[in-house]
Design a protein around this ligand. Sequence first.
Ligand code: ATP
Ligand code: ZN
Length: 284
Amino acid sequence: MRLRLAIQKSGRLHDDSIKLLKECGIDISNGVNKLKAEASNFPVEVFFLRDDDIPQYVEDGVADIGFVGENVVYEKNKEVEVVEMLGYGKCRLSIAVGRNERYDSVQYLSKRRIATSYPVIVTDFLKKNNIDAEIHEISGSVEIAPGIGLADAICDIVSSGSTLFMNGLKEVETILKSEAVLIRNPLLKEEQLKILNKLLFRIQSVKKAKNNKYVLLNAPNENLEEIIGLLPGMKSPTVLPLAQAGWSSVHSVLNENDFWEIIEKLKEAGAQGILVVPIEKMIV
Ligand code: ATP
Ligand code: ZN
């Protein structure tokens, strides 16, 4: 029995999806150019599909799970469950209007034409805001619609905003923040669930590792207590005596979020020779 996983065939999510599998120790190196590939060292079979089709395949049970953008999951609105955020493919779905337009509130959109490839999400957004507007569904190059007189506003994926800028548009409203997620068919068999849980355990370990750094430093013994107090660690820091009397080596794990703040305090407390090392996997 193998778990069938759908990922994007090519595009913005492809490389990071393959990379995540690799970091989970799953090797599909001999098949990335085919339609499907079997991992050599994990009971998973990978299907390479257009991202738009992934929710449907997972709903139908042709694939058991998939890696796909939340934006696509919400737009397709299929019977699938979001199980895990994957931390890559980050983008936002935003409304943009002509750079010189005066935009004070969503009321601007009332009775206007909005071009988008996301009619379901935009309809939902308009309904929530009690706005009556016209949606023009187009499948690509949405950002040129206002320039050619097809629409007054657009709703599209934005990451840096440079595409909008080049087309004379400005972002005025973010309606969804998105990243790649793992979705599953709601009716998996016991054996498939076991494989899924194994995969989730690995993904979570990889994610935790990415958010943390391993820190080694030298501390003067008279400040050891203060320095240890600054370090959260997984349980408590490791403290080893240095060959030089009066000094200790302290090892710990720091979360990325409070990383710089803690490093600064450690220096103030007399820590020296601070080494920061990436963590490959973190099993807690
Ligand atoms: P496909 O051929 O599979 O249909 P596509 O052209 O629809 O590909 P891509 O542009 O490769 O899709 O984007 C895939 C997903 O990557 C998007 O749905 C979104 O979740 C995510 N993404 C992340 N950053 C961006 C970005 N800057 N622009 C567009 N999508 C992004
Ligand atoms: Zn697509």
